[in-house]
Design a protein around this ligand. Structure first.
Ligand code: CUA
Length: 379
């Protein structure tokens, strides 16, 4: 029978001393979170509801710190106070306490009330961002690309590149999505973040409250140049990153000027892909080695060197000219070098997908000849 250390269950003077210490530390933590300028962790808020978000952050950080001090403090204190003493049998166990209903009632009620309070505070802000429809909101669309953003505005034809301008004081409804992979749109100064997911539109609502130029950061790893989509990271040789972009909050008058400039600039712009060159491509003198290098650079993001069924974006091309189960190309033409060259030149659009034409892909006739020569060598 193990020894029952009934005496140890009484909470001695040490317990009340550390409790007092934890209380003092918790008050200091709470004071720290309420009085420390937010600027040491985040930039100054440039849009509503940023101030409410910061208040919620302070409340959660303060209450979380206080809770942490008590929980971790007691773990350490009890581990020391109830440690195994010299001379005790190695298998002795501590005092087992069950069914203290008073204690269980309070340790259920207090955390429950706290979680409910946190939910109410959070949902109030969340509702404004996600659901509430602002009067006279400016609806803007943001599109993620590898590795930059474009924007669409009502009344501007096509896409706006570079900076995204917004007028001070007017509510903004920002719908974001992606044209390729998952990106994420984050402006720390606005405190809001939304994933940009192909085929899905996410919406955030805010009202700019502070003039200035604020970096946009992509917070979803989106490929080798994900870092380009972070306007706070300098690029090579001190140059800005090619994909570094900003939200600019303008006075309404300056916003109108910017907006009109884009209206004029895009008025006659066409959104169509560049037209394909015509004329037959000569395949004479195609160099398979040059084609192989070009394939790695231009084609391998969408096409595997594997069987037809091995799709990345388009089908695998290992058997494009030699696969008895696919005697025809995706456009129905026979699988001949000349017809492969035609798809490379003209592009393709059909059930299986879309491939841009040679002009859009930046392929010369010589490039096409080299690619076809390379595809011929695959078996
Ligand atoms: Cu776009 Cu990461």
């Amino acid at each position: 029978m193990v020894e029952n250390r009934a005496s140890a269950v009484r909470l001695g003077r040490g317990f009340w001393s550390v409790t007092l210490l934890f209380a003092v530390l918790s008050v200091l933590a709470i004071v720290f979170w309420y009085w420390t300028p937010i600027g040491i962790v985040m930039p100054v808020v440039a849009a509503q509801p940023g101030i409410q978000i910061d208040d919620l952050f302070r409340f959660m950080a303060a209450s979380g710190s206080a809770l942490y001090i008590f929980v971790v403090g007691y773990i350490i204190y009890f581990a020391v106070a109830f440690r195994a003493r010299k001379g005790e049998p190695y298998d002795s166990i501590g005092v087992q306490v069950h069914d203290n209903h008073k204690l269980e009632f309070w340790w259920t009620l207090i955390p429950t009330l706290f979680v409910v309070l946190l939910s109410i505070l959070s949902v109030r802000i969340w509702y404004g961002i996600q659901i509430a429809q602002p009067a006279n909101g400016l609806v803007v669309e943001g599109l993620g690309h590898q590795w930059y953003y474009t924007f669409r505005y009502p009344g501007i034809n096509g896409e706006v590149t570079g900076e995204m301008h917004l007028p001070l004081g007017q509510p903004v409804v920002l719908n974001v999505t992606s044209s390729d992979v998952i990106h994420s749109f984050w402006v720390p100064d606005i405190r809001l973040k939304a994933d940009m997911v192909p085929g899905l539109v996410n919406t955030i609502r805010f009202t700019p409250t502070r003039l200035g130029k604020y970096p946009i950061i992509c917070t979803e790893f989106c490929g080798t140049r994900h870092g380009w989509m972070n306007a706070t990271i300098p690029g090579a040789n001190g140059q800005p990153n090619p994909g570094a972009q900003f939200v600019v909050i303008d006075t309404p008058a300056n916003f109108q000027k910017w907006y009109h400039a884009w209206q004029i600039k895009n008025a006659h712009a066409s959104n169509a892909l560049p037209t394909a060159s015509t004329g037959t491509v000569s395949l004479a003198g195609g160099d398979a080695n040059a084609g192989k290098a070009l394939f790695a650079q231009k084609c391998s993001a969408c096409h595997a060197i594997g069987p037809f069924s091995q799709r990345i974006v388009g089908p695998g091309l290992k058997g494009v000219l030699h696969d008895p189960s696919h005697p025809n190309l995706v456009d129905g033409d026979p699988a001949t070098p000349a017809d492969v060259a035609k798809i490379l030149q003209q592009g393709y659009k059909g059930d299986i997908g879309m491939m841009p034409n040679a002009t859009a892909n930046g392929l010369s006739n010589k490039d096409i000849a080299n690619l076809v020569a390379y595809l011929k060598t695959l078996k």
